[in-house]
Design a protein around this ligand. Structure first.
Ligand SMILES: *[C@@H]1O[C@H](CO)[C@@H](O)[C@H](O)[C@H]1NC(C)=O
Ligand SMILES: *[C@@H]1O[C@H](CO)[C@@H](O)[C@H](O)[C@H]1NC(C)=O
Ligand SMILES: *[C@@H]1O[C@H](CO)[C@@H](O)[C@H](O)[C@H]1NC(C)=O
Ligand SMILES: *[C@@H]1O[C@H](CO)[C@@H](O)[C@H](O)[C@H]1NC(C)=O
Ligand SMILES: *[C@@H]1O[C@H](CO)[C@@H](O)[C@H](O)[C@H]1NC(C)=O
Length: 462
């Protein structure tokens, strides 16, 4: 098996070497193939510059290197990325996000019902697929791949603006667990956007390539991808210069949102114990959530951060104050259940302040951070590896910036993980390198080729 790989590897090397020699006599080309990371919550596009050997992640007109994976429909137009996000509050029923969860996925009506509950828009069952029902001045349905195509169209335009050329070819990444149908539908989305997909690459492989691991002598690479809502762990083997996914495990209910939720619950407890009630206004709850996200980001750099905001709370009734206190502070839902600004309850404005130290943040999330080790242990078990046999550990996804998460992983392996590439851009960086290889840009190593592993199953911990 691995002998065959080596022969194949050498054949490819010879071929590419010939291409390289031929190219010595040609002018340096501009990138012809773009690399796309079509993520669940954010997506990005990048190119490999053959001249400098550098990857450029392309920004939108406001300088964002990633755009939200959100598409909003109005009667006049379709808005993707930040423009879609801006409409999310005003137009929630027609603003679609998370479409990647449904793209090409065979689903039963029961599964769909369970999944669709958490969305403000309507997801319908149609012959094994999910479709979205949109209602502007007309009513129609759109498919998840159509949502994908609108995002891809936006990314394509960003790339064309940056390159000053029309673009029609791309390499795209997908989760390692995507089956053939999900891959096909991702390609369909790209075709709808006028893009020809030259290669599909697994996200963990792309992340490993962002660190140049296709060029160095490593054998076992562990990729930990912790985003807003999901954790994915992949164990890659490099054989004859090609990456093979050996094992996958994850937790599709663990990520940054859960860490935010713990801070939010702490703040609710604190508000309740100080004022005896919870904020009923939706806008204030929304601002509190935004503030929690800002605090979390700040705590990656600083030891402590503050939540400071005015709140509108039901005025405390003197008689009520004498009633026995509830033993436990209520759950957050209690706040959302109350109707906004009920006329019969007198309200008062207070100024709420709370300090959140990094220590407190870590304490509130300690058990969740430990859970990251479960899928890591699982892939090692399935790959029959001891932890000291892992050559490199690659961290992907914004939540891997959290210092204690890095520490948990570092201490488990007794090894420094690879973190020098921005964890939000590691995948697009690797896909762009792959696009450079496919586009014939030299000098590059050949080894950036993947061996598909069709028999792999992903273990999920929830
Ligand atoms: C909906 O609005 C758009 C834009 O204003 C218009 O072009 C279209 O004809 C309208 N459709 C219907 C059914 O009224
Ligand atoms: C995916 O697309 C290929 C090529 O078009 C086709 O041969 C294959 O049957 C498709 N697979 C699925 C599961 O749709
Ligand atoms: C954070 O606290 C640690 C000790 O608890 C201290 O060594 C470090 O300098 C502090 N960092 C900042 C940015 O205040
Ligand atoms: C985050 O830290 C910066 C720098 O200390 C500070 O200016 C900012 O107000 C902080 N934000 C929050 C939400 O604490
Ligand atoms: C990260 O990856 C590179 C390979 O490009 C390697 O040389 C380096 O030692 C790795 N580890 C760390 C901790 O950066």
């Amino acid at each position: 098996m691995s002998g065959e790989m080596t022969i194949l590897g050498s054949a490819i090397l010879t071929l590419l070497l010939a291409g390289y020699l031929a190219q010595q006599y040609l002018p340096m080309p501009t990138p012809k193939v773009i690399g796309i990371d079509l993520g669940t919550t954010y997506c990005s596009v990048g190119v490999f510059h053959p001249g400098t050997g550098e990857v450029k992640v392309i920004a939108d007109s406001s300088g964002h290197q990633s755009i939200p994976s959100i598409v909003s429909f109005t009667k006049d137009d379709v808005y993707a990325g930040y423009e879609g996000l801006e409409l999310a509050d005003a137009n929630p029923q027609n603003t679609i996000y998370d479409a990647k969860r449904f793209i090409g996925k065979n689903i039963t009506p029961e599964e769909l019902e369970r999944e669709s509950d958490r969305y403000p828009f309507k997801v319908l069952y149609k012959e094994g697929d999910a479709v979205y029902s949109i209602k502007t001045n007309e009513t129609f349905t759109v498919t998840p791949e159509y949502i994908g195509s609108q995002l891809l169209l936006k990314l394509k335009k960003m790339a064309e603006e940056y390159l000053g050329l029309p673009v029609s070819k791309a390499v795209i990444s997908v989760p390692a667990e995507f089956d053939e149908r999900q891959r096909n539908y991702t390609v369909k989305a790209a075709n709808l956007a006028g893009l020809d997909i030259l290669r599909i690459i697994n996200e963990p492989t792309a992340a490993a390539m962002a660190y140049g691991l296709h060029k160095v002598d490593v054998f076992n690479v562990l990729v930990v991808d912790l985003g807003g809502g999901t954790l994915d762990v992949s164990l890659l083997n490099k054989q004859g210069g090609m990456f093979l996914t050996r094992a996958m495990a994850g937790n599709n209910k663990l990520g940054g949102q859960d860490f935010n939720q713990r801070i939010l619950q702490y703040l609710y407890d604190s508000i309740y114990s100080t004022y005896g009630s919870l904020p009923p206004l939706k806008e204030e709850i929304h601002r509190l959530r935004q503030s929690v996200e800002a605090v979390k980001l700040n705590l990656t750099l600083y030891n402590s951060s503050w939540v400071q905001m005015p709140l509108t709370l039901p005025k405390r009734q003197p008689s009520k104050a004498e009633e026995p206190r509830q033993e436990k502070p209520p759950k957050e839902e209690a706040a959302a259940d109350e109707e906004s600004g009920r006329a019969d309850v007198p309200m008062e404005k207070v100024y709420f302040e709370a300090e959140i130290s990094r220590k407190l943040f870590e304490h509130l999330n300690w058990d969740l951070f430990q859970k990251i080790l479960e899928p890591i242990e699982q892939v090692l078990k399935e790959g029959h590896l001891q932890k000291d046999e892992v050559d490199e550990i690659v961290l992907v996804g914004g939540s891997t910036r959290i210092p204690l998460i890095r520490q948990v992983i570092r201490e488990y392996f007794n090894k420094e993980p690879n973190t020098s590439v921005d964890p939000d851009l590691a995948v697009v960086t690797g896909v762009a390198i792959q696009a450079g290889i496919v586009g014939g840009a030299w000098p590059l190593q050949v080894s950036a080729i993947e061996i598909p592993n069709r028999h792999l199953r992903k273990t999920n911990f929830n």
